[in-house]
Design a protein around this ligand. Structure first.
Ligand SMILES: [Cu+2]
Length: 246
């Protein structure tokens, strides 16, 4: 039984056993089953024709901050103060079932030609389902998957692993952690701001705009640095405002 189905059955069983004495809030968050959701869709693996093969291009890429920012930077930059457009694309061609395939971004940044390449997919947490997963809720404080650096959102496709970067053909980063996620819109299409945490948030679906779609991706050092946000020595972070499914 796929892991998500097993978790759902276990959760349902626990709810029955506990009866009406157990409020829904006490159930462990399930990244595929959000309490209060009014749309239910089938998981990818519940479709006869699901082939697990996602081919996507990401465009309108933006870099947050810069390569050589002095310590104390904010590379989440929800206010979009240090965001700049860069030319180039991110190309994804993966098998979500087998956890194989490629992620590569080729970008022109102020310092030159930057290439980010995923070298091996890796599951850092069970919700990542082998390193590549489709159709889960991620991030926020209650999605059941990921940290709260981003709002809770539907991840149409996400991948985690280790990769490297080159700048003008020379090694820049090696064996760094990488993550990409194609999600509902987190950034306003005009201001590029992330409205998170949202003051006076009333609704459970997270601080996203499901009328838009985008990608975030980063390469980050294993070395921490508490003065930076996120608290890493390196956290090179991009987002893209256009996604093409092929
Ligand atoms: Cu993510």
């Amino acid at each position: 039984m796929p892991r998500f189905l097993a978790a759902a059955v276990a959760t349902a069983g626990a709810a029955v056993w506990l009866g009406s004495a157990a409020p829904a809030a006490q159930q462990a968050p399930n990244p595929r089953q959000q309490p209060g959701a009014t749309v239910h869709i089938f998981a990818p693996e519940q479709h006869d024709l699901y082939d697990g093969h996602f081919i996507m291009s990401a465009n309108r890429i933006h870099l947050i901050g810069g390569l050589n920012d002095p310590e104390g930077w904010d590379h989440l930059d929800n206010d979009a103060k240090t965001v700049r457009p860069v030319s180039g694309t991110a190309e994804i061609d993966v098998d979500e079932i087998k956890n194989t395939g490629t992620f590569e971004a080729r970008l022109k940044i102020p310092e030159g030609d930057l290439v980010l390449t995923m070298d091996r997919w890796n599951e850092f947490s069970p919700c990542q389902n082998g390193g590549i997963v489709a159709y889960i809720h991620e991030h926020g404080t209650d999605s059941g998957c990921g940290d709260n650096n981003w709002p809770k959102t539907v991840g149409f496709l996400a991948g985690w692993g280790f990769g490297h970067a080159t700048l003008n053909g020379k090694p820049l980063y090696q064996d760094y952690e990488m993550h990409f996620m194609v999600t509902q819109g987190l950034r306003d299409r005009k201001t590029l701001r992330v409205n998170y945490p949202l003051a006076g948030k009333m609704l459970p679906g997270g601080e996203t705009n499901p009328a838009t779609q985008q990608i975030d991706f980063y390469i980050r050092s294993p070395q921490p640095n508490a003065k930076n946000r996120p608290a890493r020595q390196v956290f090179l972070h991009f987002f893209g405002m256009e996604i093409t499914w092929k």
